[in-house]
Design a protein around this ligand. Structure first.
Ligand SMILES: *[C@@H]1O[C@H](CO)[C@@H](O)[C@H](O)[C@H]1NC(C)=O
Ligand SMILES: *[C@@H]1O[C@H](CO)[C@@H](O)[C@H](O)[C@H]1NC(C)=O
Length: 372
């Protein structure tokens, strides 16, 4: 790499070099000057920008402070709360555009890639923010397995609840085998492994695999999820019309930004086959980070669920969908593996996804969308 000694390490102050040197930029032929800014606002606080040496290296930035660096498509930009430790990792952005955004940049969607924003890094994701204590207890009777399990109810309306031992380790292993047998593998960056299709701000990584509907185990888990939802009065029959079960893996620094599994603004199902609840099964829990959070339950309240292996999180959004806005916090150490099971109301057809969108409106599916 003979380019390195001559590369322009810091941006504008040395831009004149381009006039007198054959410019050999760092990190690839399309590197360019970039501006990185600490946009943390709630509250404004010191952040640490972590970049590789050939981009110009780390910088500790006071609120609103920015710094010149080099960037290129594919550069991983990490932000930590100050001081930077494994537990204070906050956010990763992968540069996906060949230009930079600065203060006052007219194109905010581009500028965002270089400005640390609280909207992406959530305060409840901080390790110091405690997991939410249960507000009530209920029971889940699983007739198929002849067991009765306690439910920790974190919120009643819309419901958010956790059941330990919803699945066995063997069931999770079997799901991973099924996914592997079906050809599932970690997606590459180019395939959207780090930047979910159409949005540079969703960074769930790895296996996202809907397997054949005929498999017995996914069908059994769907039936179990349907029975769990029924405890909360949610009618979502375990029919073949339901969506396939997905297996998703998060490696270190992977996260999923705040999103709804339905239209965030809806307040009641708008048609047959609308999604009304999600059951998220934690097959593997990370060593640190990776909590599921509901950052905006109204009145400044947030919910936080620390993943525990074999537990399931169920949440409903038949009404008050905005309260089911949720996010997967960055995994700080280890791997998180989840099964996401979306539950839809009764639908007179073979396949909801082919016929209606997540709100039950007769329209082509709007593309990948969903829980973690
Ligand atoms: C930049 O910060 C990261 C994360 O704290 C650290 O691992 C790395 O060693 C730092 N780089 C330098 C050159 O100090
Ligand atoms: C279900 O479990 C209970 C107690 O654990 C047991 O008494 C009962 O026989 C079981 N029923 C069946 C059908 O296995």
């Amino acid at each position: 790499m003979l380019t390195l000694p001559l590369c322009v390490m810091v941006g504008r102050p040395f831009a004149w070099a381009a006039l007198v040197l054959p410019l050999l930029p760092c990190g690839g032929t399309d590197a360019y000057d970039a501006y990185f800014q600490n946009g943390a606002r709630s509250p404004p606080r010191t952040m640490v920008l972590v970049l590789p040496a050939d981009a110009g290296g780390n910088a500790t930035l006071e609120p609103a402070e920015g710094v010149e660096r080099r960037a290129w498509v594919g550069l991983r930009v990490d932000w930590y709360e100050h001081p930077a430790t494994v537990a204070s990792f906050a956010d990763r952005v992968v540069v996906s555009a060949g230009r930079y955004g600065g203060v006052g940049d007219a194109d905010a969607s581009v500028a965002r890639q270089f400005v640390f924003l609280d909207a992406i890094h959530l305060r409840p994701c901080a390790e110091a923010f405690p997991a939410t204590a249960p507000a009530a207890e209920a029971r889940f009777r699983d007739d198929a397995r002849n067991v009765s399990l306690p439910i920790r109810v974190l919120a009643v309306s819309p419901a958010v609840a956790v059941v330990e031992d919803f699945v066995s380790t063997a069931e999770c292993e079997a799901m991973v085998s099924l996914a592997a047998a079906g050809g599932a593998r970690a997606r590459t960056d180019a395939e959207g492994g780090l930047s979910h299709a159409g949005s540079p701000f969703r960074r769930r990584r790895g296996v996202l695999f809907p397997w054949a509907r005929g498999d017995a185990l996914p069908a059994a888990l769907l039936a179990r999820a349907s029975a769990l939802a029924a405890v909360f009065g949610i009618a979502a029959p375990a029919s073949a019309a339901q969506e396939p079960v997905n297996l998703i893996e998060y490696g270190e620094k992977d996260a999923y930004e705040p999103h709804c599994d339905s239209d965030c603004l809806r307040d009641g199902p708008v048609g047959p086959g609308a999604r009304v609840a999600t059951v998220l099964v934690y097959c593997a829990a990370p060593d640190l980070g990776g909590a599921t959070v509901f950052p905006d339950r109204g009145g400044g309240r947030a919910l936080k669920i620390a993943p525990a292996a074999n537990a399931a999180l169920v949440f409903s959004y038949e009404t008050g969908a905005r309260g089911a806005l949720h996010a997967g916090c960055a995994v700080r150490r280890g791997t998180k593996r989840v099964l996401s099971i979306f539950l839809r109301t009764a639908f007179d057809g073979d396949d909801t996804r082919a016929s209606v969108d997540v709100d039950g409106l007769a329209a082509p599916p709007r593309g990948p969308r969903g829980s973690e």
